[in-house]
Design a protein around this ligand. Structure first.
Ligand SMILES: O=C(O)CCC(=O)C(=O)O
Ligand SMILES: [Fe+2]
Length: 200
């Protein structure tokens, strides 16, 4: 860690400095959102074709946004779900923290320590060349990890507690990958909302 300013912790991923903002939303908003999310969003479990087999992805997800924030996925034009009411007051606060105008959010629900997301970068062409990504974590604390693109060595592990926002700056996605590994620890439900701007 490089330095801490009030609730902000900056991490050195040369030449980038992602930041984790603790207590990012007003506490009652974050706590109420955590309680509301299971019912408020149209969650589904995707199926992925991996190594010649169909498997359920190890988490629940849903994608929401402005009606024109669509993207192409395996030749399909995907239109986001309309913004859930519970997220409407959250979006301007996240925009303000990240100094961005996000128009969509990928929501992930990790039900226990066996739910996870493997190594990737958020580099879909629809996000433009150097997207800024803001990710809000709610519920159980989990560890988020980075490695340099093209290397298998783990570079940095960052704990993401309830009501924290991680901001990944411009350029980071092309030089680093990230993952949310499984854990054997007894772990409760965690939600992660990754705010993005789809270029129109
Ligand atoms: O759950 C997380 O913290 C990571 C989610 C993520 O990387 C993504 O949605 O692209
Ligand atoms: Fe990601």
């Amino acid at each position: 860690m490089r330095f801490t300013v009030e609730n902000e912790a900056f991490f050195d991923l040369p030449p980038f400095q992602p930041v984790v903002i603790r207590q990012a939303l007003p506490q009652t908003m974050a706590d109420n959102l955590l309680k509301a999310l299971p019912q408020a969003l149209p969650w589904y479990q995707a199926r992925l074709h991996l190594y010649g087999k169909w498997r359920f992805s190890p988490r629940l997800q849903c994608w929401m946004g402005d009606p024109d924030a669509h993207y192409r996925y395996s030749g399909h034009d995907m239109t986001p779900e309309p913004w859930a009411e519970v997220l409407q007051p959250v979006l301007p606060l996240i925009n303000n923290l990240a100094n961005e105008q996000f128009n969509s959010v990928l929501c992930n629900w990790y039900r226990n320590g066996q739910d996870s997301m493997g190594w990737h970068s958020d580099s879909e062409p629809e996000l433009g060349l150097e997207p800024v990504i803001a990710s809000l974590s709610l519920g159980a604390e989990r560890v988020f990890q980075f490695r340099r693109t093209g290397e298998s060595r783990l570079y940095r592990s960052i704990p993401l507690p309830h009501n924290s926002v991680l901001i990944m700056p411009k350029g980071l996605q092309s030089h680093y990958q990230h993952q949310l590994p499984k854990t054997r620890k007894q772990t409760g439900h965690r939600f992660n909302l990754t705010f993005r701007r789809i270029a129109r």
